[in-house]
Design a protein around this ligand. Structure first.
Ligand SMILES: NC(=O)c1ccc[n+]([C@@H]2O[C@H](COP(=O)([O-])OP(=O)(O)OC[C@H]3O[C@@H](n4cnc5c(N)ncnc54)[C@H](OP(=O)(O)O)[C@@H]3O)[C@@H](O)[C@H]2O)c1
Length: 255
């Protein structure tokens, strides 16, 4: 049975970085499955790597995708060693300034899509396999001005931590990755020309560093991967300070 790594969001940013890193570092993986909507970008990624890749150019926010994906899993019957759920997007702005389709798209991609992927793939995972889910430091508290995105990432974080406990008896380990701002296409989409909050540039991380840390945390069976001291401190603050106080400070930070 071929050993496979499945990466959603493989066309760009941290998903793409994961594909390149798995290709270089994991000789035990026979094939990488690349999932995202832009086929041309996935073709570029396939050309970048040495391992065989299966391109699945699909929109994971569409329920119909799951029937097609289930069929692929049944046909290929892979041994999935790694599932990386990196597909996702955010939109900055007040809730009632964002179109309903965009708000629902965030929930469908970041929550429904990720949940469906995990649910379909688990039956194809054996002992000593890994699931890596991209949450965000936005998962740690509610965020006015980024409310739906932060809520979807709280869902990912909560789900990942619970699943890690449920699945450890099967030898499947789940890590939630919670980076602060990372330089990728994410902000081009999330800000769509809006002014960036000053602190995001100050704490902007490099995607290679975030991905390397996530991989090493996953190998070490850690349920959380938080890159960099500033985000670790932020996480501690969100645990010790009342959220009412944090929400008060956000008013000034997000100006
Ligand atoms: N960058 C940050 O500051 C940051 C911080 C914390 C957490 N995160 C999270 O990290 C993950 C990776 O983000 P990134 O920074 O690498 O952003 P990115 O460069 O914009 O990559 C997002 C990926 O998701 C794919 N995608 C989006 N919607 C999709 C859909 N409906 N169906 C299939 N694929 C879809 C995109 O591909 P297509 O357009 O080709 O479909 C792309 O490959 C996301 O979950 C994001 O929320 C990002």
């Amino acid at each position: 049975m071929k050993k496979v790594a499945i990466v959603t969001g493989a066309s760009s940013g941290m998903g793409r970085e994961f594909v390149n890193t798995i290709d270089k570092r994991f000789s035990s993986i026979d094939e990488i499955w690349l999932i995202s909507r832009r086929r041309d970008k996935l073709e570029e990624v396939r050309a970048e790597v040495n391992k065989p890749c299966l391109i699945i150019d699909e929109d994971i926010s569409e329920a119909a995708f799951y029937y097609r994906f289930q069929k692929i899993l049944r046909q290929e019957s892979p041994n999935v060693k790694m599932l990386i759920n990196a597909a996702g997007f955010g939109m900055v702005g007040e809730f009632d300034d964002i179109a309903s389709e965009v708000l629902m798209g965030m929930v469908n991609t970041n929550c429904m899509g990720l949940t469906g992927m995990i649910s379909l793939v688990i039956p194809y995972m054996c002992e000593n396999s890994r699931i890596i889910n991209f949450a965000s430091s936005a998962a740690f508290t509610p965020q006015p001005g980024f409310s739906v995105y932060a809520a979807t990432k709280s869902y990912v974080l909560s789900l990942s931590r619970a699943l890690n406990r449920e699945l450890e008896k099967k030898g499947i380990y789940v890590t939630a990755v919670c980076p602060g701002p990372v330089a990728t296409e994410f902000f081009t989409i999330a800000e769509s020309g809006k002014k960036r909050a000053w602190f995001k540039d100050v704490f902007m991380a490099n995607k290679t560093d975030v991905v390397n840390q996530a991989l090493s945390d996953s190998i070490n069976k850690k349920e959380l991967s938080v890159y960099g001291m500033p985000m670790k401190l932020f996480m501690v603050m969100t645990k010790v300070l009342p959220h009412r106080l944090l929400l008060f400070f956000y008013k000034f930070l997000l100006k």
